[in-house]
Design a protein. Structure first.
Length: 498
């Protein structure tokens, strides 16, 4: 009977001590200068055995913050399990407990009263997210749905933002705040070693209704070539006995267009070379691409070739590298507030060069090869504009003038007669190129009411045999439809298959 009363009294004393240590579980204390001493609040306690009791609610405190608690019973001794996470000591009288957080984590605190009866108090140290929440509310007053929390030593961003740009900016602020918090944790008070490393940021933000952007690109190029060539070639050749001779033979002509030739008895001749070439090339492409805000999209209308590339000089191993050419566009749109569109775009026009590059592989004349060459016009830029606005993001005006004169020394410089001993070549190349970009904010087509999407092939009618063979038509005549049928039919009718 006495033993039962002794244990009952000890358990009652531990429960009283636990009740004196208890405070609201979810509160995060402020700094000691702003923290008032709280009155004891009753909280449930759990007995771990005949000699140990545990406080029901853990103590939650932020990193770098502290709290002061007033106990109902005097404490003779305290001990913190992990001094890297939290610290504690008694202040003044033995009934005031001072606790501070050092690094994110969890530990426990053991208190002994004057009768050496222990009580275990769990301590959870979390990252202080209230400061980050206040900063985000000040910088982004319109993003009130963003919430900042802490879990497992990490900062958790949740909620919904209006666009992707603000989501990335909020994430950057959280990462900077996490680095500062890690630095403060490393410089913990009282020389205690910090258990926290780099604080992670978990991004769970969602963008409200991401916008879709359709990019309309117009690529216009006009290239004009003008060539004028005039020259004369004089040749004197003959034979005398077993000897043959040639003087000025094919001196000036390369591959001339022979407009006329006068030949003498001994093979003497005069060749005139005169030609004029005009060339005009027009390129117009209008690719349309669609992408979600913040995502990259690409477009290519052209082809691919494979170029041999040497990999190992010792084994002469050669692989084929893929090369694309044609009209290509890459762009990344980002929809900002107010309908502005931040556009990173890279249009490109490339084509195969007819001349190519001649190479020798070292195996003699039979081992010569010609690698393809490319003529490329490319621009990369970032602009901001509104829906429907156009912008010329790149332009090129190129004017090349080439003049070549081949002449026989001294004789080619004689006035009038010198024209017989020289050849002149004049070439002009002029190219104008422009890229015009027009973004549009678009939404998916609503086909719930049965409306059909109009296709370019809807109006095509295959010609009959009579129209194709007798009239030479590539398309058949479209039969007229009744007005009522045309008004009620929403989709093109397909052929009936028996």
């Amino acid at each position: 009977m006495n033993t039962f009363r002794k244990h009952a009294a000890s358990a009652g004393m531990r429960l009283a001590l636990a009740a004196g240590l208890a405070w609201p579980g979810g509160a995060i204390a402020a700094a000691p200068a702003r923290q008032a001493v709280m009155s004891p609040v009753a909280a449930p306690a759990m007995s771990l055995g005949a000699d140990i009791a545990r406080l029901g609610e853990p103590v939650r405190i932020a990193v770098g913050k502290s709290t002061l608690r007033k106990l109902s019973l005097p404490v003779s001794q305290i001990a913190v399990n992990d001094a890297r996470v939290a610290g504690a000591r008694m202040l003044g009288s033995s009934s005031q407990l001072f606790v501070w957080g050092l690094a994110p984590g969890s530990t426990n605190l053991i208190l002994w009263d004057r009768q050496q009866r222990p009580v275990i108090v769990d301590i959870e140290v979390e990252i202080d997210v209230e400061g980050l929440q206040a900063q985000l509310a000040y910088v982004f007053p319109g993003e009130r749905a963003v919430k900042v929390g802490a879990a497992g030593g990490s900062i958790v961003l949740s909620g919904q933002v209006s666009d992707g740009v603000k989501a990335s900016q909020i994430l950057e602020m959280a990462q900077a705040y996490a680095q500062r918090g890690a630095g403060e944790s490393a410089a913990a008070a009282d020389g205690a070693a910090s258990a926290g490393g780099a604080v992670k940021v978990i991004n769970m933000l969602s963008v409200a209704a991401p916008q879709q952007v359709m990019l309309e690109v117009k690529i216009a190029e006009v290239s004009k070539t003008l060539v004028d060539q005039l020259g004369a070639s004089v040749g004197i050749s003959g034979t005398r006995g077993n000897w043959s001779y040639g003087l000025l033979s094919n001196l000036l002509s390369g591959n001339p267009s022979q407009l006329g030739a006068v030949h003498g008895k001994n093979g003497n001749g005069l060749t005139l070379d005169a030609q004029k070439r005009d060339g005009l090339v027009k390129v117009l492409a209008e690719p349309n691409i669609m992408a979600i805000s913040g995502q990259e999209a690409s477009f290519l209308a052209g082809g691919k070739i494979f170029i041999p590339v040497a990999q190992d000089s010792t084994t002469n191993k050669i692989t084929l590298e893929e090369k694309e050419f044609g009209i290509a566009v890459k762009f990344t749109p980002t929809v900002l507030e107010g309908g502005r569109i931040n556009l990173k775009v890279a249009p490109e026009v490339s084509e195969l060069n007819r001349e190519g590059i001649g190479i020798t592989t070292g195996g003699g004349a039979a081992a010569n090869a010609v690698l393809p060459a490319f003529t490329t016009r490319r621009t990369t830029t970032t602009v901001q504009l509104f829906d429907g606005q156009s912008f010329a993001v790149g332009g090129l005006i190129k004017n090349n003038v080439t003049t070549n004169i081949k002449a026989l020394p001294f004789l080619g410089e004689i006035p009038v007669l010198g024209a017989l001993f020289r050849s002149s070549d004049f070439q002009t190349d002029r190219t104008e190129l422009v890229f015009i970009i027009t973004p549009h904010l678009v939404k998916p087509l609503d086909t719930a009411d049965g409306a059909a999407v109009v296709l370019p092939t809807d109006a095509y009618v295959a010609p009959s045999r009579g129209e194709f063979f007798l009239q030479g038509k590539m398309e058949g005549a479209t039969p007229p439809r009744p007005r009522q049928e045309a008004a009620t039919q929403t989709a093109p009718a397909g052929p009936d298959i028996q």
